[in-house]
Design a protein around this ligand. Sequence first.
Ligand code: GRF
Length: 189
Amino acid sequence: MKKIAIFISGRGSNMKAIVEQCQSGILSGIAEPVLVFSDHSDAAGLKYASEQGIATASLESKGMKRADYDRLVLEILAAYSPDYIVLAGYMRILSPVLVNAFPKRIINIHPADTTAHQGLHGYEWAWENKLPETKVTVHFVDEGLDTGSIIAQEIVDLHGATSLEDVETRGLAIEHRLYSKTLKELFES
Ligand code: GRF
């Protein structure tokens, strides 16, 4: 069983999808969420995680240098000894302190093709550019902004999309499936 620490900043719908798959889906017997961590103590997903009996922790980052913050994150993680860190809507760039402590063991999901669009607002970008399709990307995390090597991608069909909400709904449905599927393949390889 791979022990995973899932990092979120808000809603946590990807985290929820992964937890469900660990409990009774394709990640059952393969991965175990040992911690859900957030940089915001009021992140909605934390409540869900603790209701599921998963340990939670949070640490506000205000005024802190990135490396100092990540050193404290590592101290928190030490109590749970995760094999992997799974970023799921975690809105911080990681410092070398964290990246080097988990080489090729930090994964992220990005709501666009990371070679075409990095950073925030991936679905807005697809909607505003009227793209006929976009791609959701699961990738390893390095010190850059969505620059780590790609593990898996899946096309989101945007033909006939009527609103940004529609684009997001289509994309998230794919994210929720793709992330667990990709983690399963990675953990079993
Ligand atoms: C997702 O679109 C994910 O790809 C991006 O941030 C969003 C997080 O949503 N990195 P949620 O918190 O998992 O619902």
